[in-house]
Design a protein around this ligand. Sequence first.
Ligand code: GLU
Length: 428
Amino acid sequence: MVRTRFAPSPTGFLHIGSLRTALYAYVMAKHDNSQFILRVEDTDQKREIGGATDALKNTLKIFGLNWDEYYLQSERLDIYLKAAKKLVTDGNAFYCQCPPRNAKTDGFSQILRDPCRNKNLDSGAIKLKVPDNETVSYFDFVHKKEISWETNGVYDATLLKSDGFPTYHLAAMVDDIEMKITHILRGHDWMPSTPIHLLVFKYLGGDRPEIGHLSDILNAKTGKKLSKRRDSVMAEDFLKAGYLPEALLNFVMLLGWAPKDNRELYSLEEFVKEFDINGFQEANPRFEDTKLKWFNGHYLRQKSDDELIELIDYPDKDKLRQILPLIKDRLAVLSDFDQLTSFFFKSPEITARLNKNHLTFAIDNYDKMIKGELIEEIKTKGWKVGDFFMTIRIAICGTRSTPPITETMLVLGRDESIKRLIACQAKS
Ligand code: GLU
């Protein structure tokens, strides 16, 4: 049985790295026909952002990452309190009454051995009593190796704050045991805290889940870790920008996991079927915008015109139906639609001087041109057919790369097309 959880803190929108964690956790469980759990870790109330939990749930649903069980940590405070007290009773934790340390004023935020550890206090915050001269280790199922620490370098971490709220170090470990999680999959940021967690697990007793730390996702251009400040990293922003959930999900699947063959295209269902825990990659993947666009273009082209008409935010659905077949192949992101089609709605500004003879000939022979009956005559005039139609493309659309030009003129209509040709002729 493989029971996994996704455990976001409700501090904002869904980071692309968190989407990946959620996806892999979901897929590991579903590949095994087991349960995927959503656990909202809202114990750091100062950092909580109103509405974030609902937004996270909503986004997960959009991606089809549906959970089987749901927990909210702030509703479970008594469980953590009980666990913390037990750790004190067993001699593995102690009460501390020092004021919380502040990294700015104290120079560092944690001290290795807390002065309260041997005072036998009976109230205050509760901290982990880290043993000296021990080694803690675990096998990381993503990195596929044993990782160990000497406890002499591990600090007496706070488990329960004096206000009764647990820290992540306690709440997540208590829950992972209680919820019978078999595999913890989490971001690489948590690696340095792992020795604390291994001790907490040991003292709590019960089965410790396997642990895997996912690689960091890098900005492809700078090679630096994706950052909220510098990069566009929120899944919701990509959706808003016109990326399809299935494309984003497929792209994210391969940011840290690779199949044995070079297959790239997977629906969520296929990924669940083909998933193999050995496919996790240790190397940091790069977030390539062009690759994401490639996936998106692929999934857009899988959609029927009716589905696309639903998705594109444009009021005149009849017009949309006419235009869509002309631009569908060039649509990489839904939001490209406006830019790719602007000339259908507005005469383009033409600044270049165009070949006046081409324009005059096109105006005089418009009906024949539209029927494709002008080719031989264009050649007889000694013009290259490509050059002739390039003049027409630019006059009609204002750009050299356009949908098939005859079809475009048909959608625009005879009057509008001739009007544009005449306007350019006058300027050339
Ligand atoms: N609440 C933690 C976070 O958002 C969860 C880490 C974990 O998956 O254990 O980073």
